[in-house]
Design a protein around this ligand. Sequence first.
Ligand SMILES: [Zn+2]
Length: 183
Amino acid sequence: MTSDEAIERLRAGNQRFASGATEAPRRDARRRSEQAEGQTPFAVILGCADSRVPPEILFDQGIGDLFPVRVAGNVAVEDITLGSIEFGVAVLGCPLLMVLGHESCGAVKGAVEGVGGRYLGPLVAPIVPAVDAVRDTAEDIVAAAVDENVRRQVRALSEIFPDVTVVGARYELRTGQVELLTR
Ligand SMILES: [Zn+2]
């Protein structure tokens, strides 16, 4: 599969989900057996841990289709996260890596508000540069920082993984729609 075909498959699946025409494909016993022999995902999704943004559901995909790496704020700065992404891209051969931000992201809000804490502080720290970049000009700082954070992650990951197509997108909680922010 090419990266364009992967993007089209995600787009079509999200369209089904957003319009209420979900097919919930490839989730039966036969698919489980097939994939037990070896997984064949076509896209790595760096998404947020937010409970409202589960990639397989909002892209209407099945078992073995996606390789989600989920961490609050969809940031890839630590080696562990990058190692998971590298596994999906280099070992499993996914042609597409999507950074998926979302509306009303709590991690981005935390970065805007400067939350601290033993673990929460370091978690939001990588998002702060995106917040600082939009703070003086944005009407809605959180919304602008969500997009800016995605774009920054895309740029960074494109340099780290030059052999895969990296795109950025944003999910809207109410409409269920995913919009591409970069190509
Ligand atoms: Zn989030």
